[in-house]
Design a protein around this ligand. Structure first.
Ligand SMILES: Nc1ncnc2c1ncn2[C@@H]1O[C@H](COP(=O)(O)OP(=O)(O)OP(=O)(O)O)[C@@H](O)[C@H]1O
Length: 281
């Protein structure tokens, strides 16, 4: 299988500090990859480099063999939809208009009836159809997140009307504001999209969720990839302790070997943290 998105020796520096440091990584068509790692590891920066939003300081990103910097914004929009982390909207649009923005570049020539159908479906899949005429700015955090997912779905779907080519959906913490029902619904929808051949790359903080939805976990720390593989191989107590600086118990599902990451029943360590905090406060 040919690699769809390939990053080679990718670095990104600000004021001499490397936020991404010589990362080489590939993504195949139709795989679900979760990027995990502690705060400040460089996950969002890596996603923005992959999406073409940021230009690397060194190295390259190629989409189906074509360097990202050579792809026009319109051609990139056909290949990938991005749901950024908490992207703010300046205007008070109704929710269906927010979703319709996904059609702005790739769906301009769609007949209205087809465009309406795409928007309606995306709103339904994202669980915000009942909020279609609400002002986006009045929605709760989780509702806004689902509306932004609908916008990304609209772009993905409209782009498919242009022909058959590889596509990716890039999600930066798509479930950070969602309750359990909607976390499972959104990631289930992303999983179904993978089934249609789209590559999904999602930044996820919940290791249990990442392990269950992704085919592969990429662990980022200090701007470098420190592990890459199936969850059953990547996640263990040592990784959680060394990379996430948390003492957790990692059990295994007997049938699948998938990790179950749990807080230690002994909470003395929490007491130590609390005492250290109070001593400084
Ligand atoms: N434009 C910038 N200028 C200076 N530092 C930056 C800039 N953008 C990001 N950083 C720093 O780079 C590091 C990586 O940021 P990034 O947002 O990629 O982390 P992350 O892994 O997504 O973190 P989180 O889990 O907290 O969202 C952080 O320490 C951040 O403060």
């Amino acid at each position: 299988m040919n690699t769809f998105i390939q990053a080679e020796n990718l670095s990104y520096a600000v004021n001499g500090r490397k936020l991404i440091d010589a990362v080489s990584i590939g993504f195949d068509p139709g795989e679900f990859v979760a990027i995990i790692g502690p705060n400040g590891a460089g996950k969002s920066t890596l996603l923005r480099l992959l999406s073409g939003e940021l230009r690397p300081s060194a190295g390259r990103v190629a989409w189906s063999g074509e360097p990202a910097e050579k792809l026009s914004p319109a051609r990139l929009a056909l290949r990938r939809a991005v749901m950024a982390q908490g992207a703010a909207l300046a205007f008070s649009y109704p929710v269906h208009e927010v979703a319709r923005q996904g059609l702005a570049v790739v769906g301009r020539r769609l007949p209205k009836i087809q465009a309406d159908k795409i928007v309606t479906r995306a709103l339904a899949v994202s669980g915000v159809q009942h909020l279609s005429y609400r002002n986006f700015l009045t929605l709760s955090g989780g509702e806004q997140q689902r509306a932004r997912f609908a916008r990304a779905l609209c772009q993905l779907k409209a782009a498919q009307e242009h022909g058959r080519f590889c596509q990716a959906l890039l999600l930066d913490e798509p479930t950070s504001s969602l309750d359990l029902e909607h976390q499972l619904a959104l990631l289930g929808a992303a999983r179904a999209i993978v089934g249609s051949g789209v590559t999904v790359i999602a930044i996820v903080h919940d290791l249990n969720i990442a392990a269950r939805f992704a085919d592969r976990l990429v662990v980022l720390a200090g701007g470098r990839v420190v592990a890459d593989g199936p969850a059953a191989q990547v996640i263990d107590e040592a990784l959680v302790r060394e990379i996430f600086r948390a003492t957790m118990r990692v059990d295994r599902e007997s049938a699948t070997g998938l990790p179950i990451v749990l807080p230690q029943t002994n909470i003395n360590r929490c007491d130590v943290h609390a005492q250290a905090f109070l001593a400084r406060f």
